[in-house]
Every structure is written in C-alpha cells, then in structure tokens.
Design a protein around this ligand. Structure first.
Ligand code: KG4
Ligand code: ZN
Length: 420
C-alpha cells in the first residue's frame, strides 16, 4: 500500500510517500519513496517561539514545492505517474476548500495541471494536536488532493505518529542517484518486536504525557503536564540563557560540554553560579503520587537563579547541565514508577525531546535495570516529520479507518486518550 503523509502541526512542513506492507508484527516493512521536509525554525527564531499565523503562511508556501520534490523521485522509467488526472473539473471545489489559503490554491492548481495522479492508496494527514491555523493548511491540502486524486483520507493524531516511529527499526538504504536531493529516499524499516502492555512517554514542544498501551492503537492516559511541556521548558530556559530557538538541542550541547569538562563535580565549587553553593534546581512533582508532570516551576527556578545577571559561558553550561539533569530525573522517575505500577514490558518514547541523548541514556539505564525494553526513534526522526504520519496512517488505512472529508476538521487540542 502506498501512503502519502502530510504534516503541518507546528513549524515543520513535511511530505512523505511510503510503500508499506504487513501488519503489527514481523511481517511489517516499509520503504520511503520520497521524503521532503522544510523547517521554519529560522523564521520563528527571532520570536523565540512559533508564531501560529506565520507558520500557517509558511506551510501554505511550502506544501506544493515539497510535494513536487517527493513525487519527482517517482519519475524513473517504469515507475512514473500512472493514472491520468481525471477530475480537473473539480478545481472549482478545490478553490472553495482552499479559500483561506489562496497562495496554496494557486500553486496547487498549477501543479495539478502539470502532473498526473501519482500511484497512492491513501493520504494521511495530521489533524491534531498542534497549532490550529497550521493544522488547517495540511488538512485542507489533503482534502483538495483527495478530491482530485480520488483517494481516501486517514486523519492522523500527531502523537500517535511519534509513538509509531519510535517502534520502527529503520535502516538507511543506498541513496538512489536519481534522488540525490531527497535525503531519505531508499530508507527502509521494520517494526521492532516488543511486548505489551507498553507505556508511551510523549515528550515534545507541546506535550508531556504518559499513556498505557494495552495493545496497538489503544491508549489510556496515566498522566500529563499540568503546565508547560518539557520541550517548551527547554525552549524557554534556552531563551533565558540567550540561546537560539529551538532551545532543546542547544541546552543539550552546553550540558554535554559541562559534563565532559566536569564543571559540576560536587567538590569543585569554583565554577558554580554565585560560587557560594553548588548549583541545584528543583525536580517538580518527582515523588508525587500521580503520574502528572509540572515543568513551569523548574523554568521559574532558572529565572530566579539567573536573577537578571549576565551569565558567563561556564555558568550557562552549568545551568544547562543542571536543568537537563532535573528534567531527566523527573521523566525517568515518573516513567519507572508507571512501569512498575502497570507491569509494562516496554516503553516507547516519542516527540522532539526524545532526541535528547542524555534523557535517552538515563531512560535506557533505568529500564535495563527493570528488564523493560526501551524503544526510541533515531534522533533525526524524533522531531516532527511526515514519515511518522504516513506510517501511523498506514495502519489505520489497513483497517479502512478513513474519514469523510466533508466532516474532517483540524483540532488543535485533539487527544490521544482520556485520563483513567
Ligand atoms: O515533536 P517536536 O518536533 O514538535 C512538537 O510536536 O512539539 O518537538 C519539538 C521540541 C522542541 O521543544 C525542541 O526544543 C525539543 O523538541 N528538542 C529537544 C531536542 N531536540 C528537539 N529537546 C531536548 N533535547 C534535544 N536534543
Ligand atoms: Zn511533534
């Protein structure tokens, strides 16, 4: 089955075409036929966070060029577009679907006049959660394509995309010389084997939640953040330290240097902020009975610690290290406790923060001790991408879990599950 995945929930515009077969077991395999992603990070960087309307505009501008890139890799002899574009008359309806995205309509119309229908069996699009104006662009784009290409739509929950990609064992195939511009073409993968019940730990810029997964596609929320998401805390603390957006990778970099240079050995106070005592930040709700999280107090503690002073480079590294340690401590403690309470055999970690090497290591150590399998995506697939949407979409398409385009809506606060 060929699935076209579309992702526009935040500040990454992404399109991916995969070919997949098999079910939720060793029979499953996929191959990327085309993949293109454009990050808007640089556009949003001056604002220190994502601006929804700016994101919407960028998605509208990027989608058609990315789709073109994805499909161009299919133009090899014998593998080109097969079915003729049959319903060009529907352009009027598309105009209606895209009436709030006139620029997208224009580029799409041009694209559709020039290209035949590609071989696809379904379109998988993120319909939430995320920034609603941004989500709508992807959803409307999917509706328009579905109409012209007469393809069914799978509405994908972004969080399920993150979980699905965590379960994949990905291999980099040989890059096809025809596809030199498309990074991941030829990449293939299978499902890792693991046992249920599993836990899903979702750690991203918009979410921090723990879900119990009794089986595939079933989630029961155990806990979530009561305030900031952990990625949001990384981004805000990075900003306080004068680091660029997105802050997660920057904090990780500085924290890594601090650890490597041993700035924070317990007896070495010479580099500590304020010099009087070693740097220490709180671990909010770490020993709390619930499975909920809280990261806004940690962020405020950093603000108080800085107290408006200009920090030295060493102080910044120390704060980054202590902040990352605090976040890791909380995530590890909460996950380990939920594992124990629910007898989980596996933990799937998804979302941008799962790219964090220190957090991965700490989780791996704790779960190995408990004999529980840890599944994390390769770092470059931890942040938002369309492969994860195509993959999650595939499993729903297999169940013929399609959505009526007329009632499909973007839902910024879409949930994976409700608290039990
Ligand atoms: O999943 P994602 O790409 O977008 C959302 O769905 O939110 O996650 C983005 C978040 C940002 O907050 C970013 O700072 C964080 O993931 N992030 C990291 C790292 N790489 C990305 N946080 C910590 N360490 C990293 N290496
Ligand atoms: Zn995400």
């Amino acid at each position: 089955m060929r699935i076209l995945g579309i992702e526009t929930s935040c500040d990454e515009t992404a399109v991916c075409l995969i070919e997949a077969e098999g079910s939720f077991n060793a029979s499953f395999k996929f191959r990327i036929l085309g993949n293109a992603l454009r990050s808007q990070a640089a556009t949003h960087a001056p604002y220190g966070g994502v601006f929804p309307n700016l994101a919407k505009r960028e998605h509208a501008k990027n989608l058609v060029p990315l789709l073109k890139q994805v499909l161009q890799s299919r133009k090899r002899p014998g593998q080109g577009f097969t079915k003729p574009l049959s319903r060009i008359g529907d352009l009027k309806t598309i105009g209606k679907i895209l009436e709030r995205e006139p620029e997208l309509f224009e580029t799409l119309e041009e694209f559709l006049q020039a290209h035949e229908r590609p071989e696809i069996d379904a379109i998988a699009v993120t319909h939430g959660p995320g920034l609603e104006p941004a989500l709508w662009v992807g959803v409307n784009f999917a509706k328009a394509l579905a109409l012209v290409w007469d393809a069914p739509i799978v509405a994908v929950n972004h969080l399920e995309g993150h979980i699905t990609i965590a379960a994949m064992d990905t291999k980099r195939g040989l890059r096809n010389p025809f596809d030199a511009v498309l990074q991941d073409v030829g990449m293939s993968g299978r499902l890792q084997s693991f046992e249920f019940p599993a836990l899903a730990l979702l750690i991203s810029g918009g979410h921090t939640e723990l879900d119990l997964m009794p089986r595939w596609l079933e989630y029961k929320m155990l806990g979530e953040t009561r305030d900031d998401a952990v990625g949001e805390a990384f981004d805000k603390v990075a900003r306080m330290l004068g680091l660029p957006y997105p802050g997660g990778p920057e904090i990780a970099r500085l924290a890594g240097i601090a650890r490597e240079k041993g700035f924070t050995r317990p007896n070495d106070r010479s580099h500590s902020v304020g010099r009087a005592k070693p740097l220490s930040l709180p671990r909010p709700m770490m020993n709390d009975d619930s499975h909920d999280f809280s990261f806004s107090g940690l962020k405020t503690a950093v603000r108080n610690l800085i107290g408006g002073r200009t920090l030295t480079e060493v102080e910044k590294m120390e704060i980054a290290r202590e902040f990352e340690d605090a976040a890791a401590d909380v995530l590890v403690a909460k996950t380990a406790r939920a594992v124990e309470e629910h007898g989980a055999r596996s933990v799937l970690v998804g979302g941008g923060v799962s790219a964090n090497a220190h957090i991965r290591l700490r989780l791996a150590e704790a779960l190995a001790e408990a004999g529980v399998k840890l599944l994390v995506p390769v770092p470059e697939l931890a942040t938002d991408n369309a492969l994860m949407i195509a993959l999650a979409g595939y499993f729903h398409a297999q169940n013929r879990d399609f959505v009526n385009p007329d009632i499909l809506r973007a839902d910024g606060s879409l949930r994976l599950s409700y608290k039990i």
